[in-house]
Design a protein around this ligand. Structure first.
Ligand SMILES: *Cc1c(COP(=O)(O)O)cnc(C)c1O
Length: 384
């Protein structure tokens, strides 16, 4: 009998993270301070082109202030994918702007770049590509379209650390900003957290200010600058999006592990490919040979000849002590997006079809080879 429950995701926290958090606790400085500053510096050093990294308390917060920093405002339109988490589109609404959804390419599950231009109107101001599961979008084409139509590009890189595209890391491309997530299930975690990276010093300065109440210098500088420590100026109605040093303490060590973690997840993805080959499953796409897929998620699609609907499959897996998930319920099926923008299921046929058969299999670095063998055995049993 097999008893241990295998969840679909689990964070991988080591003694280094624990010691660093304890160090922050003992230091007396637990909110934004020296550890956040170090995490930001370490983060920037990973990239060639990034000039600044701005740590925030979630990727949602980061997407919000990045869009604000590039000037998205009420009535603007922002093009994105329906095959994402609600945060991607929700931040557009925070600014009074409107998301315009463009269907996905059923092979990559990323926004179909060939359909973007048809969605552009005189109100379109930006594109938010989402690198689904950690596979880069066709950024060459997206950046070409953006340049041609004078649009901003904010990458939702919540799944994309580390993702490499045509030799460059996501974060190093010529978009306006990229935003990473350190939510508990993501490729690296700080519990909750996010990072905005940009090569544009004006965007960086605006994000830095807006993440903390629109105060012109952040708390760290306030206590280290030569001006009186009580002095600050509010120059905009900002937000409360700063990262704590407790979170940053985790991030410093998680970041160092991002590449070994990716290597492990890729090996596990390749093992799923190998050991499930021949079953009625559509496998997730890989990155081009010279590129890197972050493998945040391993999403299979059950084929019609699997003899089983997706919901039943997940139920059967659950009965065998294995947690699966679904990424994503497309936004146009959710009541808010459906009703606000009068969207019909068939408006995005590829997103709908993928969703109906998609299953995210367990994929995390703490999963053992034996855990993965159990997952493979269960799948073979269920769909044969
Ligand atoms: C997780 C996620 C987000 C939001 O990240 P948070 O750090 O939880 O705010 C945004 N976009 C996508 C695609 C995500 O998966």
């Amino acid at each position: 009998m097999e008893h241990k429950f295998i969840p679909f995701a689990l964070p991988d926290i080591g003694e280094e993270e624990i010691a660093e958090v304890v160090d922050a606790l003992r230091s007396g400085w637990i909110t934004t301070g020296p550890k956040t500053k170090r995490f930001e510096q370490d983060f920037s050093s990973v990239f060639d082109a990034v000039t600044e990294s701005i740590a925030v308390n979630s990727a949602t917060a980061g997407l919000h202030i990045a869009l604000e920093a590039v000037g998205i405002s009420s009535g603007d339109e922002v093009i994105t994918t329906p095959y994402t988490f609600t945060a991607t589109a929700e931040v557009v609404r925070y600014l009074g702007a409107h998301p315009v959804f463009v269907d996905i390419d059923p092979n990559t599950l990323n926004i179909d770049q060939t359909k973007i231009e048809a969605a552009i109107t005189s109100k379109t101001k930006a594109i938010i590509p989402v690198h689904f599961a950690g596979l880069a979008c066709d950024m060459t084409e997206i950046l070409r379209i953006a340049r041609k139509h004078n649009l901003k590009v904010i990458e939702d890189a919540a799944h994309a650390l580390p993702t490499r595209y045509q030799g460059k890391l996501i974060g190093d491309l010529e978009s306006d900003a990229a935003v990473f997530s350190f939510y508990a299930t993501k490729t690296i975690t700080t519990g909750e957290g996010g990072m905005v990276v940009t090569r544009n010093p004006d965007i960086a300065a605006r994000c830095r200010m807006m993440r903390l109440h629109g105060i012109s210098r952040d708390a760290f500088d306030r206590y280290t600058s030569t001006k009186p420590s009580w002095h600050y100026e509010v120059v905009a109605p900002g937000f409360k999006y700063n990262m704590t040093d407790l979170a940053a303490a985790m991030g410093i060590h998680q970041l160092k592990k991002a590449w070994p973690f990716q290597k492990r997840r890729q090996a596990m993805a390749e093992r799923y490919d190998r050991e499930l080959a021949g079953f009625p499953i559509k496998f997730p796409p890989h990155a081009a040979h010279e590129d890197m897929h972050a493998w945040h998620l391993y999403v299979i699609q059950l084929q019609s000849n699997a003899g089983m609907q997706r919901d039943r499959f997940i139920e059967e897996m659950s009965q065998r002590g294995i947690g699966c998930s679904v990424h994503f319920i497309p936004l146009h099926l959710h009541p808010y997006w459906r009703d606000t923008y009068k969207l019909k299921p068939e408006d995005f046929p590829n997103a709908l079809a993928v969703y109906q058969s998609a299953v995210s299999l367990p994929l995390y670095t703490k999963m053992t080879d034996e855990d993965q063998s159990r997952v493979v055995r269960a799948i073979r049993e269920i769909i044969s």
